[in-house]
Design a protein around this ligand. Structure first.
Ligand code: CU
Length: 161
């Protein structure tokens, strides 16, 4: 082979390797922001979506609200939520059993983690650890709440942008 040909081949191979390595390293940043939404069709969230962070549960038993730490749920980062549970007439619910699930209704997948209520903070507040959203778009987060022999479910909508 001529020396020139060897140089061209080596340059091409090195370029391909560098590009592949760059793609692999950038995937955690590019994936959630561009690739996953693209693969899933990237529909906008319904315009009428109720994204309030405080409302009544489905059967009206509990009034529930959530806050996140940091205040806006981050993309692709494990973080914590605190939810506050009251009876419909505003009394804190102190001894609730709470399950967490959720997902992206438009994508047909659930949460990437299995968040758990890990601490009863008192006064109707509960710490939820292990929250994570790995994609931009519309998410549902559901809490199944059992207290005083009754159960009810609440679903919060949020859109990550
Ligand atoms: Cu998704």
């Amino acid at each position: 082979m001529k020396k020139q040909t060897v140089t061209v081949v080596v340059t091409t191979v090195v370029t391909v390797i560098v590009v592949l390595v760059a793609i692999i390293f950038l995937m955690p940043f590019l994936g959630p922001r561009y690739l996953h939404p693209l693969m899933m069709g990237d529909q906008p969230a319904p315009a009428s979506l109720d994204t309030s962070s405080a409302h009544l549960s489905e059967d009206g038993l509990f009034r529930v609200s959530w806050t996140s730490e940091p205040a806006s749920p981050p993309l692709n980062q494990i973080h914590t939520w605190t939810i506050h549970v009251e009876t419909a007439d505003g009394q804190p619910v102190e001894q609730a059993e709470i399950g967490v699930n959720g997902g992206m209704p438009q994508h047909g997948h659930g949460l990437p983690t299995s968040p758990q209520v890990t601490q009863n903070l008192g006064n109707g507040d509960y710490l939820v650890e292990g929250m994570k959203f790995q994609m931009l778009g519309w998410w549902e987060v559901r809490f199944n709440i059992a207290a005083g022999g009754q159960t009810d479910t609440i679903t919060f909508n949020l859109t990550l942008e």
